[in-house]
Design a binder for this molecule. Sequence first.
Ligand code: COA
Ligand code: MG
Length: 287
Amino acid sequence: MSKSFRPRRSVLYVPAANEKALAKAPSLACDVVVIDLEDAVAPSAKEEARARLAGVFAGRGEGGPDLVIRVNALSSPWGVDDLAAAAACAPNAILLPKVDGPKDVLAADDLLDSLDADPAIRLWTMIETPKGMLNLGPIAELGRDRAARLACLVAGTNDLAKETGVRMTPDRRWLIAWLQQIVLAARAGGLDALDGVCNDFRDLDAFARECDDGRAMGFDGKTLIHPAQIEPANRAFSPSPDEIAEARAIVDAFALPENVGKGVIQIGGRMVERLHLAQAERLLSRA
Ligand code: COA
Ligand code: MG
């Protein structure tokens, strides 16, 4: 994979209608801030929220989190103006909500091209509608087409629950099958995958459990709603000291003269193949 690695462990939504929160966003320790024009902004505040974007980007210094803008759906009364305003800010990415299929991504891509938007601006998509779930394969396939800008799938668990009637429980047992489909599709398309939000932002134990589950499912990181969730998400989605030690042991073992020509070895009674070496090298490069 040629793209350079950027961590996406902690991805915090900040409502564009909340001036105070917005001012804080660039200095937060999350990997990404998503400035939200969609679900977190009331219809009466949409224009005012959009007008704030330019100010946030004008004050953007070096470093700090990547900045992503979540626009309203292009089919909504605000979507086209949102996309134009977002493109003018040149964020790292624009997050499209309520994506039902590849056509929704391509429509946004065409509009960005017609606006002469910076080709470096990526598209991220929410996966949060029943149709979006059913069309995951064709959506993710766009990740193989660099011109389509697609870089990341984001689980929208609140909307999925609303649209399907699935019950949200602390262990997320009725959602897990869909979350795993999202990770699978992302990998098929060479995309990043982000887990949905944990609404109960005061319960950091429950949050830590969700992070561990998300990591175990293969997600690259978690979407967040509150600054208190940043540090635990960063921790959960970073390689642990044990994982780093295990990866080093694998790399060291394959470097031994007696193992140079071998495809498979054993370490402490466990089979280790060269695919594990590749996995270990990838983990160390990210640690
Ligand atoms: N981004 C940046 N700062 C945030 C924040 C966020 N998402 N959520 C809270 N804060 C700030 C508050 O402004 C407050 O700052 P202050 O101490 O300077 O006043 C501080 O963190 C503590 O906030 P707290 O009192 O614990 O929560 P709250 O009642 O102000 O806000 C929510 C609670 C849920 C309304 C708020 O966290 C929020 O809007 N989250 C994002 C919602 C969203 O974007 N949803 C769409 C995607 S699902
Ligand atoms: Mg949503």
